[in-house]
Write a protein that binds this ligand. Sequence first.
Ligand SMILES: O=C(O)CCC(=O)C(=O)O
Ligand SMILES: [Fe+2]
Length: 339
Amino acid sequence: METLLDQKLVSSWFDVQSVPQTYVHPPEKRPGKLNVPLCNNIPVVDLGSHDRRDTIHRISKASEEFGFFQVINHGVPIKLVDDTMSVFKEFHALPQKDKAIEGSKDPSRSCKLYTSSENYANEEVHYWRDVLTHPGHPFEHYMQFWPEKPTRYREVVKAYLEEVRNLSYVILELLAEGLGIGTEFFCGGLTESPVLLSNHYPPCPDPSLALGLTKHCDPTLITILLQDADGLQVFKDGNWIGVEPVPSAFVVNIGYVLQMISNSKFKGAEHRVVTNSRVARTTIAYFIHPSNESLIAPAKALCNPPLYRSMKFKEFLRNFKSKAANAEAVLKVISLSSS
Ligand SMILES: O=C(O)CCC(=O)C(=O)O
Ligand SMILES: [Fe+2]
């Protein structure tokens, strides 16, 4: 008989003496040595600065060199940021049965709770994380399926999603200006279907063997992430570097979709998540996704020559999922040179 979700959740059984075999990654994929330096090279950009040209320069340079940057003075009220993190921590700390009920209200399963990856049944090794996900827009359609425990979930998460959506337009406008493609570029279907994902990584008895999430690049334009502890690492010039938690900052990373639109001027950065044995880690990711029917292609002004095929977002996503996030395989499908 299939094990029930509430028993599979890592948060149901993480307090074990050793990592179960099904969570031990092969040596070449394990984190191994854990003293990866926390990197303060990843730029922290002050969005409150009045020097817009300088802000655009910093964000563009970070997107070219790292595919990652952090933003402070971003305009999302700090109390709301803290409340939202508390709400998700409370959610992940609910009794397992409650979580399973709260995370399964949507018959179409676009709002859902799962563990490891969406491919749990077929993956070779599991990941040390539980995930709650649901669309971030439009509220009228999806809010009825969001959790009602903790009781303030809907109120707080709705306010958070509204603020982060506004922030996403501020950041995308700066990125568009940096690319020279006009500030309205990202206003339509390209940003129509954002998704929220709250990852929860309980403490792990041996973080050198397990992974919260394997090396991947996001299937997004950009991802805006709130993290409460370290664990996120970026692959840069053949080495892993840790993204330092900066209080109340958002971590922003470039995904494949913006890599395609920018014709490789901006790079989708590969990253992974390691666990730790001391504390649980909770993150809230806001994935900026185009609508399914949106055409994604290099912006005309940047095509000299185009490096990527044009395709509907749903076609891209299907390919991304079927390649299990393997970067080489994904790039082969989206690149023009290999078609
Ligand atoms: O939890 C994190 O730090 C990052 C999560 C992530 O990379 C993802 O959900 O794609
Ligand atoms: Fe990611």
